[in-house]
Design a protein around this ligand. Structure first.
Ligand code: DGL
Length: 272
């Protein structure tokens, strides 16, 4: 049985990269819904329907555990899938997301108790981060900013380009203007690590930038220790498989930019 990693497109590869570094022995299946990306601007119903289809597919492909490595899908679909669908479709398997681990870690970073969240419009409008952080850390004030242009910039290979500067500076200035005491910013979208150089360029040095990949990988290590009933079912042949809902030629090429250390990426196409 394998570990499934799902994202609306390429972004979840930044999470898979950390899994491959920190937990290299397991077998992984990556599924990118590239044909229907972006999810960030879609309704709850649509993101839920698409994410549930992906979960079904990954279970069919023998995944024991699925990580929804997409903030938008974690925000809009995960809770419903965990509470309403899982017991019916695969009661002994698990589906986890990326928001909970990020919110659990946040108190280790902020000193001022004022933090910023950058994400897609879908993630920000869902208020999932705010709700989860307030449950765990009621003293932390959460300020949010949607960055609707950031994912298209990455998807269109413009992340090193001049045009990216305008939007990145604008959104960072906006969030920091919401409260001068903000000392920590969560990059709440799996695409954003590809923009890290420019994000750093426009963020004052005293502000901590939280990249999710590392946090989610640490949380997975911890989860597997606490859940031997899941861990013992996982095969360890260092096998990596890639699936996309788009054509595979483009996927293979772009995925290489995210996973520079992965020698061979030959995705298979699936159609929903
Ligand atoms: N990677 C997704 C996330 O983490 C965003 C991409 C999209 O809008 O589909 O939210």
């Amino acid at each position: 049985m394998k570990i499934g990693v799902f994202d609306s497109g390429y972004g979840g590869l930044t999470v898979l990269k950390e899994f491959l570094e920190k937990l290299p022995d397991y077998d992984y299946i990556y599924l990118g819904d590239n044909a229907r990306t972006p999810y960030g601007t879609r309704s709850f119903e649509t993101v839920y329907t698409y994410t549930l289809q992906a979960v079904h597919k990954l279970f069919e492909l023998d995944c024991q555990l699925i990580i929804i490595a997409c903030n938008t899908a974690s925000a809009k679909a995960l809770r419903t899938i965990q509470q309403n669908d899982l017991h019916r479709i695969a009661p002994n398997r698990r589906v986890l997301g990326v928001i909970r681990p990020s919110t659990e870690a946040i108190a280790d970073f902020t000193k001022s108790n004022n933090i910023g969240i950058l994400g897609t419009a879908g993630t920000i409008n869902s208020k999932s981060y705010q709700i989860e952080i307030n449950k765990l850390h009621p003293k932390i004030n959460v300020y949010q900013e949607a960055c609707p242009m950031w994912v298209p910039i990455v998807e269109n290979n413009e992340y090193e380009g001049e045009g990216a500067n305008y939007f990145i500076k604008k959104n960072i200035d906006n969030i920091l203007n919401k409260n001068k005491e903000i000392d920590t910013i969560i990059l709440g979208c799996t695409h954003y690590p590809l923009l890290i150089n420019k994000i750093k360029q426009y963020t004052p040095d005293n502000i901590k930038l939280i990249l999710q990949g590392e946090i989610v990988a640490k949380s997975l290590i911890d989860y597997l220790k606490r859940h031997p009933e899941i861990e013992t079912k996982l095969s360890k042949n260092r096998k990596r498989e890639f699936f996309t809902t788009e054509t595979t030629v483009l996927f293979d090429k772009k995925a290489k930019q995210f996973l520079k250390n992965c020698k061979k990426i030959e995705a298979k196409q699936i159609v929903f």
